[in-house]
Design a protein around this ligand. Sequence first.
Ligand code: PHE
Length: 468
Amino acid sequence: MCYKNSFCRLYFKFGKEDLMSDKTKSRGQFTSSLGFILAAAGSAIGLGNIWKFPYVAGKNGGGVFLIFYVLFLLILGLPLIMSEMALGRKTSLNAIGTFEKINKKWKFVGFIGVVCSFIILSYYSVIGGWVTKYIFSYFTNANVAAPGYFDNFIANPVEPAVWHVLFMAFCCFVVCFGVAKGIEKASKIMLPILFILIIAVVIRSLLLPNSIKGLEFLFVPNFKEINSFPKFANVITSAMAQVFFSLSLGMGITITYGSYLNKNSNIQKDSVVILGLDTLIALLAGSAILPAVFSFGESPTEGPGLIFNTLPKIFDKMPLGNLFGALFFILIFFAAATSAIALLEVVTAVFIDNFGWSRTKAAVIMASLMAAIGVFASLSFSPVLSGIKIGGKNIFDALSFLTDNILMPLAGLLTCIFVGHIWGIDNASSEIECGSGKFRIRKIYSVIMKYIAPVLILIIFIMGFVSI
Ligand code: PHE
């Protein structure tokens, strides 16, 4: 029986405030469906879409990569995002509490997600700091396109660490204001601006000579790119890993944000919209960056340095380039900040729910700890710590390998097994249906969650080790 539907009716009859328990009031709640969608889309849309997607697509054959990316979005991304949202809304608890409430023995899965969020934010904020520095540089007319500008900046032991701490402080400030007044409000401002800015940059980029080559590269599949097994394996594992990273799966983010939802929210529709927005921004970022790269004869396969090294050179050569450079880094800042805020919220929520800490205390203490660890990640690009290697990688790369290749797929795999076999498809489906009507893809969802997704994720997991 879907008792939740009667809850939904009561909800409409008496209004939100009357049915909100004291606990809900103190935890916070999104005030509107749009607010939730923007906050959740903001958590997904981040450096992964704008910084990572174009270069990963560039390295993996453009259009061919895109086919697999879309495929994995549908068979892995959609079912998982729905499941995480349903889990959070069902329990109204943080990621650890959610697993614990349904089955005590599975509490550790939530724990992995929270630890993963903690580690990701410590190094994600370092890149957030680089982006902030670039905005500042454009505004102060520094010669960002000068040879060695980026390499010298990241090799400096102090400056990048200071920008990283400032970026973390900004995110902490927003989280301290709470779910509705902080996270929701910030997302409602930042995401629409991001959208307008990215369209402006896409238009500018498409007006460049030969820009069509960049679009062809991104959208027209070239099957030569997968004519050997290692190449093929690389493209599919990169596509799967990118779907995970971009949708922030297995991290407890969607569970935590889902816990601030009320029962009349439409999980099916919201999941599709969030996934659609995330993909749209990745495609727009590709359509902004790759045409410019091709137009100026640069290489699309440069990797992580693409936006910090290659793009400033391009902006420098184009009319109104400084303006577009500044706008571009502002939009990346908004994308990175909304994701970083979500990561901080995942960890903060645990200390509010489980330890009874005030929001401010939890956010400030956790942000400070992450900032401290991030300083080591930042220093790993400078001579101070660049000599320290863990498994052949510097501290930054080792942290990112640990989260992207090990913890995220592991938490994702366990979440699928948990939903498919422990919580059960019946419970998950009835939560998904509450507030959104018949779950038409229930049968496919069931097969995916029980069998297909665990096997696919296991493949990324194993490939992650093989690629060491
Ligand atoms: N999804 C975010 C992005 O695309 C990053 C992120 C990854 C955030 C994992 C949280 C967890 O940049």
